[in-house]
Design a binder for this molecule. Structure first.
Ligand SMILES: [Zn+2]
Length: 300
């Protein structure tokens, strides 16, 4: 939005924007945006064409949008006089909105490929049979939609009972909602933090990685276990959960363990019914059911 100190209404560029613009450059050299003019017929007055002629071969072949003539922005109130509302204000053209959405999707796909194992890429609430574990399903869905009463969700059950699937599904739902979310497998996270903590050459690396987990808006921790080897690791894990607990930060944990089997300090956090919803997934191991039982389960 335009303000006195920022009359154009544009925000300052960040490192993330640079990454986006590099990607867009790459993409725009290959594909014209949808609805653009055919090549060889540049729009009259295209501001890019003169600069391109001076600077040599263009890096970006962005064909002008017919609505905004390639400017990306349109007057909010065309023809408004200086004392009329909306005068001088710009709003994004539909080509800009479409590009933002495309970039968001691209970022989403990249983050997902970075964070989730292969099996999680396509896991969604729509592909989980709610009848297998209705209570877990509803709690996970509500948590991901930000409407669960408690900030913490502790989902426990046997191997293959589908709790990881619900964690992945929650992750996808949060990305769709444009929320800040992080998914971590606990053993992998702990190993990573331990390695960073031992590496004395870059002390800030550990602190940054650790704080990311503490502060991210939504955190999904898959496969919390009992054994974490060293006191260092147990302390870090406790610190993460304690800090998030104290600040009501939404945290979704899956585990094979009942809350009673957890380390005492974690247990006191995860057994607080006011702040932690606990759901038990009693569903049998879906991966080892025989084909007949599996069909019956699917049909339910
Ligand atoms: Zn446009």
């Amino acid at each position: 939005m335009p303000t006195d100190s920022n009359p154009s209404g544009l925000r300052r560029l960040s490192a993330g924007d640079l990454a986006i613009s590099r990607r867009m450059t790459r993409r725009n050299t290959l594909l014209p945006p949808p609805g653009s003019r055919p090549p060889g017929r540049p729009a009259a007055g295209d501001p890019g064409s003169r600069r391109d002629a001076i600077e040599g071969p263009p890096q970006i072949v962005r064909l002008a949008c017919p609505d905004c003539n390639g400017q990306g922005w349109l007057p909010a109130a065309p023809g408004a006089l200086p004392d009329e509302p909306g005068f001088g204000r710009l709003e994004p053209c539909r080509c800009t909105v479409a590009r933002w959405e495309e970039d968001r999707q691209q970022l989403r796909a990249e983050r997902m490929a970075e964070e989730l194992p292969w099996e999680g890429w396509t896991a969604a609430f729509a592909t989980f049979q709610r009848a297998r574990a209705p209570e877990c399903f509803d709690a996970a869905r509500d948590w991901a939609n930000g409407i669960l009463d408690e900030p913490f969700l502790y989902l426990w059950g046997g191997t293959g009972s589908g709790k990881s699937h619900l964690g992945y599904a929650a992750y996808h739902r949060l990305l769709e909602r444009h929320e800040e979310v992080m998914w971590r497998n606990v053993p992998v996270l702990i190993t990573r933090l331990f390695e960073l903590g031992r590496d004395k050459s870059d002390p800030s690396a550990f602190r940054l990685a650790f704080e990311d987990v503490l502060r991210v808006r939504f955190l999904i921790l898959d496969d919390l276990g009992a054994e974490y080897g060293t006191a260092f690791v147990a302390d870090r894990l406790y610190q993460i959960l304690n800090e998030r607990y104290a600040n009501y930060r939404p945290t979704f944990i899956t585990s094979n363990l009942t809350p009673e089997q957890l380390d005492g300090r974690l247990r006191s956090r995860l057994c607080d019914a006011e702040r932690c919803r606990e759901a038990w997934n009693a569903s049998p191991d879906f991966r080892v059911l025989d084909p007949v039982a599996r069909r019956t389960t699917e049909a339910r």
